[in-house]
Design a protein around this ligand. Sequence first.
Ligand code: GLN
Length: 542
Amino acid sequence: MARYVFITGGVVSSLGKGIASASLGALLQARGYKVRLRKLDPYLNVDPGTMSPYQHGECFVTDDGAETDLDLGHYERFTGRPANRQDNITSGRIYSDIINRERKGDYLGGTVQVIPHVTDAIKDFVLSGNEDTDFVLVEIGGTVGDIEGLPFFEAIRQLGNELSPGGAVYIHLTLMPYIPSAGELKTKPTQHSVKELRSIGIQPDLLLVRADRPIPEAERKKLSLFCNVPPSAVIQALDVASIYDVPAAYHAEGFDAEVLSAFGIDNAPEPDLSRWHEISRRTKNPEGEVTIAVVGKYTELKDAYKSLIEALVHGGIANKVKVNIDWIGSETFEKADPAPFLEHVHGILVPGGFGMRGTEGMIAAAGYARKRKIPYFGICFGMQMAVIEATRNLAGVPNAGSTEFGPCEEPVVGLLTEWVKGNELLKRQAGGNMGGTMRLGAYRAYLAPGSRIAEIYGKTEIEERHRHRYEVNVAYRERLEAKGLRFAGISPDGVLPETVEMPDHPWFIGVQYHPELKSRPFQPHPLFSSFIAAAMEQTRLV
Ligand code: GLN
């Protein structure tokens, strides 16, 4: 039967609850257990798909087409287990289901209330589908004390009673700030946070305490005393150089052993962490460096490109090099010549994006990479912008554009209104609902034998994750192929261009999907490995 670990956060946000949860998952997995990670998000959006990346960071897309919290990306990268629609829920989704049922009359005249109806729905979600799992790790978004988090805390409190004895363990992640004038790490914020948690009925079993320097023994004892946990269950979580150092670092502090002992398990096999040590070794001792310019719209907020950054790191791990990222807001190139910004870089990547702002700058970056023969990787929007650039400047169609930016005379990128998923025909209309209506999730594509991209993948049939409303218009294919932009990847029905490439360029590839979502530290995505290898070639020329 599955055991449950509930992970809550206190004091401040951004302490790395997602990475801590993912690391615990990796450690338990390394001991031979089957783990599943799930995230409960207290906000009222039904999913993060409609939120700006500035608000919420990246929206992580699963194979089954759910738009989810970016922590699910960490879970996948750390455990290798593909997440699905049932691994993330929000208050919005719970309330919307309950209200729909209420309208249908499902509650038979009863009053519908937060307790028990909302809390029951949360508990049903947490408990469902865990049959072949040893440990279910449930991360609660936000920080203890948030008003909207209360039903979630209440639901996990109830579960502590309802699960068989020893069936649930509570971990609270907090911060000990260092106060320079006192020369001390302070315990008080953690004390208050645990007090808040206990006031709603949850006594944590473990404290995972972030600190920028080692926690002195006296302070550890103080936390133990005031927060009512054994001293061994106060785990210090010090800053480390890379997120991939976290599992081994937390293991060294006794984190996973302490979690197991809270469940009464004292004879678990030791974890095999050799692959984590190998990743750390490679990231600490690179044999070279490359610089990649990422030219995008949300470059001030790195969380907006979480999976992309990690996929680039993985490409570096595969090639044993360090990848430096030069973040460039694409609007820069609408006013300035790209050359001074791009002359020193070894590769240019234009990532996914939405809306018109900054697009002429992305088009300029694609043109610069094409003409200067610098490796270019266009992802989703980045492919669309590269195709617009080629249509304008190679095929001689100056008005080429995307209907995403308004009516367009030469819509080389247009709204996707009909497409096939499996045996189903999906339809969309302009002006319809925005939430959950993009082309989402895993789709198959065929790669032309002999194309560069087929050679990189080592196969001609792939499945990658999508998240877009617009697509490259296949009607322009012949004109563009005649000018050297090959439509190498195409949907099984032959109507949706999936990848483009320039055979007479060292490395120029655009993909309509998001390969970064499937890259893992132990299995770097072939496109990222190949792109970084091409950038390495470039270092010999720059
Ligand atoms: N805005 C584009 C579209 O909807 C690209 C989306 C993306 O890059 N994910 O098609």
